[in-house]
Design a protein around this ligand. Structure first.
Ligand code: URA
Length: 240
Protein backbone atom coordinates (compact mmCIF):
# COMPACT_ATOMS: atom_id res chain seq x y z
CA UNK A 1 0.00 0.00 0.00
CA UNK A 2 1.90 3.07 -1.11
CA UNK A 3 -0.63 5.85 -1.14
CA UNK A 4 -4.03 7.03 -0.03
CA UNK A 5 -5.66 6.18 -3.40
CA UNK A 6 -4.72 2.50 -2.98
CA UNK A 7 -6.02 2.56 0.56
CA UNK A 8 -9.36 4.03 -0.55
CA UNK A 9 -9.62 1.51 -3.42
CA UNK A 10 -9.01 -1.47 -1.20
CA UNK A 11 -11.43 -0.19 1.46
CA UNK A 12 -14.11 0.23 -1.21
CA UNK A 13 -13.41 -3.23 -2.65
CA UNK A 14 -13.56 -4.76 0.84
CA UNK A 15 -16.88 -3.11 1.62
CA UNK A 16 -18.32 -4.15 -1.74
CA UNK A 17 -17.14 -7.76 -1.34
CA UNK A 18 -18.69 -7.94 2.11
CA UNK A 19 -21.87 -6.28 0.96
CA UNK A 20 -24.54 -6.16 3.63
CA UNK A 21 -22.19 -7.01 6.47
CA UNK A 22 -21.67 -3.36 7.39
CA UNK A 23 -25.32 -2.41 6.86
CA UNK A 24 -26.23 1.24 6.42
CA UNK A 25 -22.77 2.57 7.25
CA UNK A 26 -21.07 0.26 4.76
CA UNK A 27 -23.37 1.48 1.99
CA UNK A 28 -22.96 5.10 3.02
CA UNK A 29 -19.16 4.79 2.89
CA UNK A 30 -19.21 3.07 -0.52
CA UNK A 31 -21.44 5.79 -1.96
CA UNK A 32 -19.07 8.48 -0.62
CA UNK A 33 -16.14 6.71 -2.27
CA UNK A 34 -17.74 6.69 -5.76
CA UNK A 35 -15.99 9.04 -8.16
CA UNK A 36 -18.35 11.90 -8.98
CA UNK A 37 -19.88 11.74 -12.46
CA UNK A 38 -18.65 14.24 -15.01
CA UNK A 39 -21.09 16.78 -16.47
CA UNK A 40 -20.77 15.02 -19.83
CA UNK A 41 -21.90 11.74 -18.25
CA UNK A 42 -24.76 13.43 -16.40
CA UNK A 43 -25.92 15.11 -19.63
CA UNK A 44 -25.72 11.83 -21.57
CA UNK A 45 -27.75 10.00 -18.93
CA UNK A 46 -30.29 12.81 -18.82
CA UNK A 47 -30.57 12.66 -22.63
CA UNK A 48 -31.07 8.87 -22.68
CA UNK A 49 -33.22 8.44 -19.59
CA UNK A 50 -35.40 11.55 -19.64
CA UNK A 51 -35.67 12.67 -23.26
CA UNK A 52 -35.03 9.46 -25.19
CA UNK A 53 -37.01 9.16 -28.41
CA UNK A 54 -39.30 12.03 -27.37
CA UNK A 55 -42.86 12.27 -28.75
CA UNK A 56 -44.29 14.53 -26.05
CA UNK A 57 -45.39 17.04 -28.70
CA UNK A 58 -46.24 16.65 -32.42
CA UNK A 59 -42.77 17.87 -33.47
CA UNK A 60 -41.48 14.48 -32.35
CA UNK A 61 -43.55 12.78 -35.06
CA UNK A 62 -42.14 14.81 -37.96
CA UNK A 63 -38.51 15.42 -36.97
CA UNK A 64 -35.68 13.46 -38.56
CA UNK A 65 -33.20 13.90 -35.69
CA UNK A 66 -33.66 15.21 -32.19
CA UNK A 67 -31.15 18.03 -31.62
CA UNK A 68 -30.05 17.78 -27.99
CA UNK A 69 -27.21 20.30 -27.87
CA UNK A 70 -23.50 20.39 -28.53
CA UNK A 71 -20.28 21.71 -27.10
CA UNK A 72 -18.38 21.79 -23.87
CA UNK A 73 -20.45 20.86 -20.77
CA UNK A 74 -17.88 22.71 -18.64
CA UNK A 75 -18.40 25.91 -20.66
CA UNK A 76 -18.78 29.29 -18.97
CA UNK A 77 -21.16 30.39 -21.71
CA UNK A 78 -24.20 28.84 -23.38
CA UNK A 79 -25.79 30.09 -26.61
CA UNK A 80 -29.51 29.36 -26.99
CA UNK A 81 -31.42 29.51 -30.27
CA UNK A 82 -35.08 28.87 -31.00
CA UNK A 83 -35.16 25.48 -32.66
CA UNK A 84 -33.51 23.25 -35.27
CA UNK A 85 -33.94 24.09 -38.95
CA UNK A 86 -33.59 21.97 -42.10
CA UNK A 87 -29.85 21.26 -41.76
CA UNK A 88 -29.93 20.75 -38.00
CA UNK A 89 -32.78 18.23 -38.39
CA UNK A 90 -30.60 16.17 -40.71
CA UNK A 91 -27.33 16.45 -38.80
CA UNK A 92 -28.71 16.31 -35.25
CA UNK A 93 -26.59 19.30 -34.25
CA UNK A 94 -27.65 22.89 -33.52
CA UNK A 95 -26.61 25.80 -35.73
CA UNK A 96 -24.96 23.96 -38.62
CA UNK A 97 -26.70 25.83 -41.47
CA UNK A 98 -26.08 29.37 -42.74
CA UNK A 99 -27.05 31.01 -39.43
CA UNK A 100 -24.72 28.56 -37.67
CA UNK A 101 -21.81 29.48 -39.91
CA UNK A 102 -22.38 33.11 -38.98
CA UNK A 103 -22.57 32.13 -35.30
CA UNK A 104 -19.16 30.46 -35.70
CA UNK A 105 -17.75 33.72 -37.11
CA UNK A 106 -19.28 35.72 -34.24
CA UNK A 107 -17.67 33.32 -31.76
CA UNK A 108 -14.32 33.58 -33.55
CA UNK A 109 -14.50 37.39 -33.38
CA UNK A 110 -14.36 37.18 -29.58
CA UNK A 111 -11.76 34.40 -29.55
CA UNK A 112 -14.13 31.47 -29.00
CA UNK A 113 -14.99 28.30 -30.88
CA UNK A 114 -17.49 25.47 -30.44
CA UNK A 115 -15.19 23.55 -28.12
CA UNK A 116 -15.39 26.36 -25.56
CA UNK A 117 -19.14 26.98 -25.51
CA UNK A 118 -22.33 24.94 -25.28
CA UNK A 119 -25.05 25.48 -27.90
CA UNK A 120 -28.69 24.38 -27.63
CA UNK A 121 -32.20 25.47 -28.58
CA UNK A 122 -35.49 26.13 -26.82
CA UNK A 123 -37.03 23.15 -28.66
CA UNK A 124 -35.19 20.03 -29.76
CA UNK A 125 -37.14 19.15 -32.90
CA UNK A 126 -37.61 21.01 -36.19
CA UNK A 127 -40.78 23.15 -36.25
CA UNK A 128 -42.09 23.20 -39.84
CA UNK A 129 -44.72 25.42 -41.44
CA UNK A 130 -45.98 22.42 -43.42
CA UNK A 131 -44.80 19.15 -41.85
CA UNK A 132 -45.82 17.25 -45.00
CA UNK A 133 -43.11 19.09 -46.96
CA UNK A 134 -40.19 17.78 -44.96
CA UNK A 135 -37.87 17.98 -47.99
CA UNK A 136 -38.53 21.64 -48.61
CA UNK A 137 -35.98 24.20 -47.45
CA UNK A 138 -37.34 27.41 -45.93
CA UNK A 139 -40.21 25.48 -44.34
CA UNK A 140 -39.15 26.60 -40.85
CA UNK A 141 -41.22 28.44 -38.23
CA UNK A 142 -40.68 29.45 -34.61
CA UNK A 143 -41.93 26.92 -32.05
CA UNK A 144 -45.40 27.64 -30.64
CA UNK A 145 -46.30 28.08 -26.96
CA UNK A 146 -47.40 24.44 -26.46
CA UNK A 147 -44.17 23.08 -28.02
CA UNK A 148 -42.07 25.43 -25.88
CA UNK A 149 -43.94 24.42 -22.73
CA UNK A 150 -43.18 20.73 -23.33
CA UNK A 151 -39.53 21.19 -24.27
CA UNK A 152 -38.27 24.06 -22.12
CA UNK A 153 -37.88 21.94 -18.93
CA UNK A 154 -35.27 19.87 -20.81
CA UNK A 155 -33.25 22.96 -21.70
CA UNK A 156 -33.52 24.22 -18.13
CA UNK A 157 -32.16 20.92 -16.83
CA UNK A 158 -29.24 21.15 -19.29
CA UNK A 159 -28.56 24.67 -17.98
CA UNK A 160 -28.74 23.43 -14.37
CA UNK A 161 -26.21 20.67 -15.10
CA UNK A 162 -23.82 22.88 -17.07
CA UNK A 163 -24.26 25.87 -14.71
CA UNK A 164 -22.61 28.40 -17.03
CA UNK A 165 -21.56 31.88 -15.90
CA UNK A 166 -23.71 33.45 -18.65
CA UNK A 167 -26.30 32.52 -21.27
CA UNK A 168 -26.62 34.34 -24.60
CA UNK A 169 -30.14 34.05 -26.01
CA UNK A 170 -30.32 34.47 -29.76
CA UNK A 171 -33.43 36.31 -30.90
CA UNK A 172 -36.89 37.01 -29.49
CA UNK A 173 -38.17 33.43 -29.24
CA UNK A 174 -35.30 32.14 -27.11
CA UNK A 175 -35.19 35.30 -24.98
CA UNK A 176 -38.92 35.41 -24.30
CA UNK A 177 -39.16 31.68 -23.62
CA UNK A 178 -36.26 31.50 -21.21
CA UNK A 179 -36.92 34.76 -19.38
CA UNK A 180 -40.73 34.61 -19.56
CA UNK A 181 -40.76 38.18 -20.91
CA UNK A 182 -43.05 39.72 -23.49
CA UNK A 183 -40.76 42.43 -24.90
CA UNK A 184 -39.09 41.93 -28.26
CA UNK A 185 -35.38 41.51 -28.78
CA UNK A 186 -34.75 45.16 -29.67
CA UNK A 187 -35.88 46.13 -26.12
CA UNK A 188 -34.01 43.38 -24.26
CA UNK A 189 -30.75 43.02 -26.19
CA UNK A 190 -27.54 44.06 -24.50
CA UNK A 191 -29.05 43.88 -20.99
CA UNK A 192 -27.90 41.42 -18.35
CA UNK A 193 -31.00 39.78 -16.91
CA UNK A 194 -30.62 37.36 -13.97
CA UNK A 195 -32.35 33.98 -14.29
CA UNK A 196 -32.94 31.58 -11.41
CA UNK A 197 -32.68 28.00 -12.68
CA UNK A 198 -32.33 26.13 -9.40
CA UNK A 199 -32.85 27.21 -5.80
CA UNK A 200 -29.42 25.91 -4.80
CA UNK A 201 -27.61 27.77 -7.60
CA UNK A 202 -26.77 31.45 -8.00
CA UNK A 203 -28.84 33.25 -10.64
CA UNK A 204 -27.30 33.07 -14.12
CA UNK A 205 -26.98 36.23 -16.22
CA UNK A 206 -28.82 36.11 -19.52
CA UNK A 207 -27.57 38.39 -22.29
CA UNK A 208 -30.08 38.59 -25.15
CA UNK A 209 -28.85 39.51 -28.61
CA UNK A 210 -30.13 39.25 -32.17
CA UNK A 211 -30.40 35.84 -33.86
CA UNK A 212 -27.69 35.31 -36.54
CA UNK A 213 -30.49 34.69 -39.08
CA UNK A 214 -31.69 38.26 -38.42
CA UNK A 215 -28.18 39.51 -39.19
CA UNK A 216 -28.23 37.62 -42.49
CA UNK A 217 -31.40 39.54 -43.40
CA UNK A 218 -30.28 42.92 -42.03
CA UNK A 219 -26.56 43.68 -41.95
CA UNK A 220 -27.09 46.87 -39.94
CA UNK A 221 -27.75 44.71 -36.84
CA UNK A 222 -24.13 43.54 -36.83
CA UNK A 223 -22.98 46.68 -35.02
CA UNK A 224 -25.21 46.10 -31.96
CA UNK A 225 -24.43 42.38 -31.86
CA UNK A 226 -20.76 43.33 -31.81
CA UNK A 227 -21.45 45.58 -28.78
CA UNK A 228 -23.17 42.65 -27.05
CA UNK A 229 -20.29 40.31 -27.85
CA UNK A 230 -17.74 42.77 -26.47
CA UNK A 231 -19.76 42.83 -23.22
CA UNK A 232 -19.77 39.01 -23.21
CA UNK A 233 -16.01 38.95 -23.71
CA UNK A 234 -15.46 41.32 -20.77
CA UNK A 235 -17.68 39.19 -18.52
CA UNK A 236 -15.89 35.98 -19.50
CA UNK A 237 -12.49 37.62 -18.95
CA UNK A 238 -13.54 38.40 -15.38
CA UNK A 239 -15.14 35.00 -14.77
CA UNK A 240 -11.73 33.41 -14.14
N1 URA B 1 -31.72 28.52 -35.76
C1 URA B 1 -31.86 28.20 -34.46
O1 URA B 1 -32.49 28.95 -33.71
N2 URA B 1 -31.31 27.10 -34.02
C2 URA B 1 -30.61 26.28 -34.79
O2 URA B 1 -30.13 25.28 -34.30
C3 URA B 1 -30.47 26.64 -36.15
C4 URA B 1 -31.02 27.74 -36.61
Amino acid sequence: MNNITDLVKSLKAYLEENEGEFGYWGEAIVSKLQTPKSKIQILQEFHQDNIGDCHRCPLGDTRIKLVFGVGNPEAQVMFIGEGPGYDEDRQGEPFVGKAGQLLDRILAAIGLDRTQVYIANVVKCHPMVDPKKQEQRGNDRPPNAAEIEKCLPFLKEQIRIIAPRIIVTLGSTATQALLQRQEGISKLRGKLIPLIIAQDQAPIDVLPTYHPAALLRDESLKRVVWEDMKLLKRILANAG
